[in-house]
Design a protein around this ligand. Structure first.
Ligand SMILES: *Cc1c(COP(=O)(O)O)cnc(C)c1O
Length: 362
């Protein structure tokens, strides 16, 4: 069975490094748990390293986290069909629809709670959030008046759909919308809001680069971070952050066929299931090819790399991965395991796959 080895010690030290880096800029962290399916063991490592807020896009994952301390954020807009569980398992949610907010308010009252709301502004990435900032302000007033809700903050998300980079202008715009600038959300809402308590959430791991260049103006006090905590990588220029490691997650799988084969296929080529023709293969003569008991259902070949740098991934189908092991100093044998360092999407698939065993170290 393929195995995912999760080094909790590396994760804790990465989280501490990123947390300290952000603290130096007056920014707190919401640790995002979605890529590891809200695994409470890894989420606990976030808390142990000093994170006090956990965020996930799926209510089912927040449910897995219910026995852990920490404020729980639903970082995807709640679905109208899942409101009772949103109120039950999330203290806070990110929102952009008044209808959903009205349902949340009613349900919170029913459960004897007040649900905290962060309103999302779309600053150009064209995923979630209001593009009509007048409407955002009106909805903020409605949230303040709703008995089951508390207006907790404002947020934006960038670099996820259109890969629009965060910049200082957009961060200032967010502050403006939050009421620290000229246009005041709090005044519009007729309630004084302490700027300290009010969450101003300036984005995800793609905002770290701007932060390190001192490009995030004071007042923005939160980032929602997943990838950077796990891999120590900011997501704007994909550089590694000081004091972090990238090898917290290692996937290993077993060699189930090992043969000398030609490097070019023969016969008439068709297309893959996306309709794409297969890649053209360079003729390197006869090569040692290994097949692993691992496939696209368990990982993503484009965001992983063999720990043995002389091994090349030739490709994968849903359940077979084909490697070229000719150039390796190691003599691979049938039944050997081959290890990979994972990136974001490979980790997401490995975690989600029920065919991958999870093992914790550290
Ligand atoms: C996934 C997600 C994040 C975390 O993104 P990373 O790039 O992993 O830091 C933050 N905010 C929202 C709304 C998300 O969907």
């Amino acid at each position: 069975m393929p195995r995912l080895t999760i080094d909790l010690g590396i994760i804790r030290s990465n989280v501490r490094a990123v947390r300290d880096l952000c603290a130096g800029h007056g920014i707190g962290i919401t640790g995002v748990t979605k890529v590891f399916c809200g695994d409470p063991v890894v989420a606990k490592a976030f808390l142990d390293a000093g994170v006090t807020r956990l965020g996930d896009s799926r209510v089912a994952n927040l449910r897995r986290l219910q026995f852990l301390d920490g404020e729980k954020w639903l970082i995807r807009m709640p679905a109208p069909s899942e409101i009772p569980d949103v109120v039950r398992y999330a203290d806070v949610s990110l929102n952009s629809e008044w209808h959903t907010l009205s349902l949340l308010s009613e349900e919170a009252l029913r459960q004897g709670k007040r649900h905290k709301v962060i309103l999302m502004a779309d600053l150009g990435d064209l995923r979630e959030g209001y593009v009509d900032y007048g409407e955002l302000r009106r909805v903020a007033q409605m949230v303040v008046r709703a008995d089951g809700l508390e207006l907790y903050g404002i947020g934006t998300n960038l670099s996820c759909f259109s890969f629009i980079h965060p910049d200082t202008g957009k961060m200032r715009q967010l502050l403006g919308l939050a009421g620290l600038g000229n246009e005041t959300l709090s005044a519009a809402a007729d309630v004084p809001m302490s700027p300290v308590a009010f969450v101003i959430s300036g984005g995800n791991s793609a905002s770290l680069h701007l932060m390190m260049e001192n490009g995030i103006p004071p007042g923005v006090n939160n980032l929602r971070l997943g990838e950077s905590l796990l891999f120590g990588k900011e997501r704007c220029h994909y550089t590694y952050l000081p004091g972090t490691r990238r090898d917290a997650f290692i996937l290993s799988a077993e060699v189930i066929e090992l043969k000398e084969k030609p490097s070019v296929p023969w016969g008439e080529a068709g297309v893959d299931s996306y309709g794409n023709p297969p890649p053209v293969r360079e003729d390197k003569g006869v090569r040692s090819r290994a097949i692993l008991a691992l496939g696209k259902q368990d990982c993503d070949v484009e965001t992983m790399r063999p720990v043995d740098g002389a091994v090349a991934i030739l490709g994968a189908s849903s359940d077979h991965m084909v490697l070229d092991v000719t150039d390796s100093a190691r003599r691979y044998a049938l039944g050997d395991t081959v290890e990979f360092e994972l990136g974001y999407f490979a980790l997401m698939r490995a975690y989600t796959s029920g065919y991958v065993e999870k093992v914790y170290v550290g």
